[in-house]
Design a protein around this ligand. Structure first.
Ligand code: SAM
Length: 225
């Protein structure tokens, strides 16, 4: 990121969380409520120590596009020895997860209302994440919109940079052409080893997956060498 660059707009409206253009990165930090579990960063531009937002430093697992949170809530409830960060761009969903985490007394969840790609690229330090869960990211099925897909070579570079050695990526999609594309991209990437796909337990099955119960999604998982 160059120096001349950055404007931060705060807005309560809807819209893109960030827009990148040739020489500038404009970040629009949309309205958030800072709560017990929803975090606001001191600095939205540069790499952050996310561990300091948790009760204590522990392995960090990230749910990118956490949705309504069924997965992260179940997983974090069962694994208090791990810190879980849910990233989600829809405020209403972040609030929903926060309420449930509060009700369940789940202390090892933090939520960030932000665009996931921006967060990984600019805010996560090198080798700071143990696991990424990327479940049912928007498939952008029309060819002219494929450029909007989260999983592409440049983003995989950022996942690699931010993962610790032996760190994992778990991916699933019900849109099989997107799944096939991601699997081909990852299988060809010598920096990762394919491992057994992550299969959620019943309580961890995501809200989105429950919507199409019966349809078999594509699932694949990888470990950083
Ligand atoms: C199809 S839903 C899947 C949600 C959840 N992973 C599940 O399986 O139930 C995709 C979610 O990702 C969120 N999302 C999409 N693109 C995002 C992005 N670039 N950054 C953060 N969240 C994003 C959407 O708001 C939505 O909640």
């Amino acid at each position: 990121m160059g120096e001349s660059i950055v404007t931060i707009h705060e807005t309560s409206g809807k819209g893109l969380v960030w827009t990148a253009c040739r020489r500038a990165v404009i970040i629009i930090v949309m309205k958030f409520d800072e709560g017990i579990y929803q975090i606001a960063l001191e600095d939205w531009l540069y790499q952050q120590d996310f561990q300091k937002h948790f009760d204590s430093p522990q392995p960090l697992e990230v749910d990118l596009g956490a949705g309504k949170g069924r997965f992260i809530l179940a997983r974090a409830g069962k694994q208090p020895e791990i810190n879980f960060l849910g990233i989600e761009r829809k405020l209403v969903r972040v609030r929903k997860i926060e309420k449930k985490a509060f009700r369940n007394d789940t202390h090892n969840i933090r939520l960030l209302r932000l665009e996931g790609q921006y967060c990984v690229q600019y805010l996560f330090p090198d080798a700071s994440v143990d696991t990424y869960y990327i479940f049912y990211p928007d498939p952008w099925p029309k060819a002219k919109h494929h450029k909007n897909r989260l999983m592409k070579a440049s983003f995989v570079d950022q996942l690699h940079r931010t993962l610790k050695t032996d760190g994992k990526i778990h991916f699933s999609s019900d849109h099989l052409p997107y799944y096939d594309e991601v699997k081909a991209l990852m299988d060809a990437d010598q920096r990762f080893t394919p491992i057994d796909p992550f299969i959620p337990t019943e309580d961890e099955t995501t809200d989105f997956e429950l919507l199409f119960a019966g349809k078999i999604p594509g699932r694949c998982s990888y470990q950083k060498r």
